[in-house]
Design a protein around this ligand. Sequence first.
Ligand code: PLP
Length: 390
Amino acid sequence: MNLSWSLINDNITEKDKQAVIDFLSQEGVRLTQGNKVKEFEKAWSDWLGVKHSIFVNSGASANYIMTAIVRDVKGTGEVIVPPLGWVSDVAPIINLGMTPVFVDIDMRSLAITAKNIENAITPKTKAIVLVHALGFNGLSKEILNLAEKHDLMLIEDCCESHGVQFQNKKVGTFGDISNFSFYFGHHITTIEGGMVCTNNDDLYDLAKMYRSHGMTRDARLSVRKKYEKEYPELNPLFTFAVPGFNLRSTEINAVIGLEQLPRLDVIIKKRSDNLKIWLENLCDDTFYTDFILDGSSNFSLPLILRDDDHDIFSKVCQYLSDQKIEFRKGTAGGGNQTNQPYLKNYDYQICGSLTNVEHVHNFGLYVGNHTELKKEQIELLAHQINDITL
Ligand SMILES: Cc1ncc(COP(=O)(O)O)c(C=O)c1O
């Protein structure tokens, strides 16, 4: 059996492409952000169970919007972030004049823990960024309580975790604000794309303004009226309330999203089934297999050695390369963000040790997970990997 597989297969179908062609074939069709974007936002909000969604051109853009909102609402200060996630969880914090404070992750959820977060809270803390990494739930009652008790904004990064559940509700609906990515390889794709989600009307207005140059014209009537009254000399169509960005997407991307969304639940089920097969067949003594699977919705198949064994890790990497199986060392975002050069010229803090993330950085990787994978193929790879580690 041919083992080789890529991180993701082509997840834009012929039917998706046809939907774009049909859309483009309409006479006088508008392509910049318009009704299709609104339709996709509404469909996404309904699927997720959240009041508002704002479609943007990437998950990273969504991170920028959320961080800018923290700064506006809370002022500058410290933001607690995971060292395992993605560069865009950290870059907006430093670029917007705040300080990232890294705390370690738990080996069974790959997310930061309540205890580590609590130890890092100071009078300067403004927000917690919780990344649900690789499709594992990172939320706990304790984290929600901490955010409430210390009046911190809770940002959920769900870019790798579409459909993950906590307490029978989808993640991305618990925090003040959350984001999703629709980049190629994520659960669904709009080529490039992301979503900011919130139940809070004021944050919704801010997110829409940040998406579009800071202009008030996208906000609710009450907000527009407020600015018109305060700045009567300004053109209401060119009133810039916040130092915004242009992070809009297009109607074409929204058309693809609308085509993909009805498939999402099936994709989540298949990815979750694949993960179970993977973990059931890997050797527990050699690899971490006891992840918390409650409510998970897998992004990619984790392969993390239990021991700090460089020889075995090199052997596994060599084997995967030989078999033409794509993998990413370090798992989410390439592993420990604090090892990355981009941080070197900026202020950041580490609270406690980063032992777990450093282990994942050095002895962990992931292999792609997608709907076309066959049970036998996953079993075979797991068994062959077990064999070469003996
Ligand atoms: C956890 C996380 N956050 C943010 C992003 C950024 O999303 P995008 O690639 O759509 O910019 C990613 C990308 O993979 C991610 O994994």
